[in-house]
Design a protein around this ligand. Structure first.
Ligand SMILES: [Zn+2]
Ligand SMILES: [Zn+2]
Length: 169
């Protein structure tokens, strides 16, 4: 499934959520979808408003320039999370630009409950992918992404075993 098809599928699922029926869901398909840089580690997806759009005056899908998603979220391993990311950004596009109570209530209605909690794991995956070194516990297998070698100076918190340096990307 490519990104456009994924977006269409998410919008179709949104049409089945009654709490969204008063919002302009039918205007969402016109929003262009794009990709973040591969090197992005903190941002998983973003809803970019057009220049001049005033969030304080309320925004609509027509005020959205594009929605960008992290390319690694579009792999089979993370596709459920990609759908949730699109859902999250589409709620912003529907005019709820902040993460206030209304936003969180709507966000919680995404039918794939597991996908809603994949953010932390995905963030960890991105940091591991982009880090130069992993400090790995040879006993429990715990991995800590780091920018430099540990050189035998650090121990696993739970096993008290010295962590080994493994080259990352
Ligand atoms: Zn957001
Ligand atoms: Zn350990």
């Amino acid at each position: 499934m490519d990104l456009e098809e994924r977006g269409q599928a998410v919008i179709t699922r949104m049409r089945g959520i009654p709490a969204l029926s008063h919002l302009p869901v039918d205007d969402l398909p016109s929003i262009p979808l794009g990709l973040l840089r591969r090197s992005a580690t903190r941002l998983h997806a973003v809803c970019r408003y057009r220049r001049g759009a005033r969030k304080s005056e309320g925004v609509a899908p027509a005020d959205v320039r594009c929605i960008d998603v992290h390319p690694y979220a579009l792999t089979d391993q993370w596709s459920r999370y990609a759908d949730f990311l699109l859902y999250h950004e589409y709620i912003h596009a529907l005019g709820i630009s902040n993460h206030g109570r209304e936003f969180r209530e709507l966000e919680a209605l995404w039918p794939d409950e597991g996908a809603r909690s994949m953010g932390q794991e995905f963030g960890r995956y991105l940091r591991e992918r982009s880090s130069k070194w992993l400090w790995v516990c040879p006993s429990c297998g715990d991995r800590h992404p780091r920018s430099r070698r540990g050189n035998g100076r650090y121990r696993c918190r739970s096993c008290k075993v010295i962590l080994e340096d493994v080259r990352g990307s």
